[in-house]
Design a protein. Structure first.
Length: 281
């Protein structure tokens, strides 16, 4: 009996000791003399690569070189001072200047075909059985299409490439504004300049503005709806505004292939012998 009472007292003493210990710990955690400090693990963020004029130029050159050719279908919406057009176009581009564009009817058959290289442009109107030919210049294309762009500018617009090869590095300045990088490039032998805006995360091009020698915007291009195509991040939508020409054009790809095998014969345009020829020079 005595032994049982002693064991009970020992048990009660043990319980009391545990209670006192818990109270002591609680007191220490809330008192200034025995405060608890939470130890947080320091997370080291990886350093972002340095962004400089030279690194931006290298990135642009790398992306330009990745696109050897494209083949796709796009919806093109053109708003000018006098009209609004929406056409479905088959697009083939190889290199810097070989272009084939076909405007398609609702059944997918071509209505008008344009082929061009760095020297000449030929446009064949199938319904009229008439073809137009001239130098590969903005003036010639504007006469027939209303779009004041050279074939090279069209190729760059449709592929997303940027021409900076002729610009001197010392004429380029990089700034950061509203979480975007802006590369300002002075055009050689001119007071005109471009501002190329880059998204900060992956440095994708989001906009290009060209200013004339008076500081007015004469061309404004935006790139959006970037999607992954293989190893390349490609803008499925681009829009170009030419304020002096009163022209707004939107290009949205519905299907696109990059760097597929392509025969040079794609850019040969066969014109019927009885077609009427019109010289645009």
């Amino acid at each position: 009996m005595t032994t049982g009472i002693k064991q009970m007292r020992l048990g009660n003493n043990s319980i009391s000791s545990i209670v006192y210990l818990l109270l002591f710990i609680t007191y220490c955690l809330h008192s200034s003399g025995c405060s608890y400090k939470k130890i947080e693990k320091t997370i080291i963020q990886p350093e972002s690569p340095a962004v400089s004029v030279s690194s931006i130029i290298d990135l642009i050159s790398e992306r330009n070189n990745k696109i050897k050719n494209i083949r796709g279908i796009a919806s093109i919406n053109i708003i000018s001072n006098n009209s609004t057009q929406r056409v479905k176009v088959a697009i083939v581009i190889n290199g810097d200047s070989h272009i084939r564009l076909e405007s398609l009817n609702i059944t997918g058959q071509p209505l008008l075909i344009m082929v061009s290289d760095s020297n000449a442009v030929t446009i064949y109107n199938i319904n009229e059985n008439r073809f137009y030919k001239g130098d590969a210049s903005p003036e010639v294309l504007h006469k027939i299409t209303g779009i004041y762009l050279s074939p090279l500018e069209i190729a760059n617009l449709l592929t997303g490439r940027q021409s900076i090869e002729n610009n001197r590095t010392e004429d380029m300045h990089l700034t950061k504004e509203n979480s975007s990088y802006i590369l300002k490039t002075q055009l050689s032998g001119s007071k005109s300049y471009d501002e190329i805006r880059f998204e900060p995360t992956n440095l994708s091009t989001t906009a290009i503005k060209r200013y004339d020698d008076t500081g007015k915007v004469v061309k404004f291009i935006t790139f959006s709806d970037y999607r992954k195509l293989g190893e390349y991040l490609f803008p499925f939508k681009r829009q170009i505004l030419l304020p002096p020409r009163g022209l707004l054009m939107t290009v949205e790809y519905t299907d696109i292939e990059i760097n597929t095998e392509m025969e040079e014969s794609v850019f040969n345009l066969t014109i019927p012998e009885d077609a009427e020829a019109i010289n645009l020079n």
